[in-house]
Design a protein around this ligand. Sequence first.
Ligand code: CUA
Length: 158
Amino acid sequence: MHMHRYEKWWLTLGTGSLILFLIILGISAFHQGHQPPSAKAYVNPEQVDKIAPFNEPGLKKVEGKTWDYELVFVASAFLYTPGEIEIPKGSTLKITATTKDVVHGFEVAGTNINMMLEPGFVSEYTTTLDKAGEFLIVCNEYCGVGHHTMKSMLRVVD
Ligand code: CUA
């Protein structure tokens, strides 16, 4: 009789500790997260086409913000949307970008604009374009057979 009570007690304690351990593990994993520093928000990569603002990629003029234009940019293997952007010189541009599949790069050749686009995350970059010209947007993260074909064009016009 005595032994039976102790066994039950140990069993309860063991199960309880295991549950507690799993809870702590779950909480700490959740708090640490895996969010890269450049990413500000989460987006389901499979739903990118349906979720605002990514359901409408492109350039938009905005009012009452510290930037003049917003560019919503979507990368996928092996395509950039939009494939061409034209913006007046001197404009401040806020770029909001994500990827629908694997990791892609977003590098504007000849500028210091360089972001990594990671599936599930929203990357942002704000910059003032004070040099006119044509700037190629290229993928600088190897993403597969079509990696070198990923291009978009940023035209800064006077
Ligand atoms: Cu996309 Cu390399």
